[in-house]
Design a binder for this molecule. Structure first.
Ligand SMILES: [Cu+2]
Length: 176
């Protein structure tokens, strides 16, 4: 309940700040504690120690909007062969799947938003090609696609870019 009473005070403080008023003697101290420290460059991926290193990967996708693997571990600098299978039966137009490996540091939500607008390009947004390390084509039921690529050391996020899927269809590839 306290929040309800604090709120108007914050609103007043904000409006004073917005006006650039000279009477800012009560400058709030609570803004200072929000200075977050950046996460370290080497991301740790919980559970990756239980995954075998393999550069030959088969991932299944299904009508439940799921990948059957969410953690992959590969040798950096060597060719990775990845096969994506769509083992579902629903039509491609409503339950198509692909697998896109994003470069480290790419904002997943932003990328997925761009992809949603790229229906005519199988949800591979031409405006964001520089964010993509590798990708399969968009698969309908019973289809599969095999791709080869090489990753430098790092942690990569992979997603399905079909609209609405990336939230649950995503995982990590650790190249080491
Ligand atoms: Cu999908």
């Amino acid at each position: 309940m306290k929040r309800l009473f604090i709120f108007p005070a914050v609103a007043i403080a904000l409006s004073l700040a917005a006006c650039g008023g000279s009477e800012n003697k009560n400058t709030s101290t609570d803004t200072e504690e929000t200075s977050a420290t950046e996460t370290p460059a080497t991301e740790t991926v919980p559970g990756i120690e239980n995954v075998e290193v393999s550069n030959t990967i088969v991932v299944e996708s299904n009508d439940q909007m799921k990948f059957d693997k969410e953690l992959l571990r590969v040798k950096a600098g060597e060719t990775v062969t990845l096969t994506l299978k769509n083992v579902g039966t629903l039509p491609k137009e409503s339950m198509g799947h692909n697998l896109i490996v994003l470069k480290p540091g790419v904002d997943v939500a932003t990328f997925a938003g761009e992809a949603t607008g790229a229906a005519d390009a199988d949800y591979i947004p031409k405006t964001s090609l520089s964010s993509i390390a590798a990708h399969t084509k968009l698969l309908g039921p019973g289809e599969e696609d095999k791709i080869s690529f090489t990753l430098e050391k790092g942690v990569y996020t992979f997603i399905c870019s079909f609209p609405g899927h990336y939230g649950v269809m995503q995982g990590k590839i650790v190249a080491e």
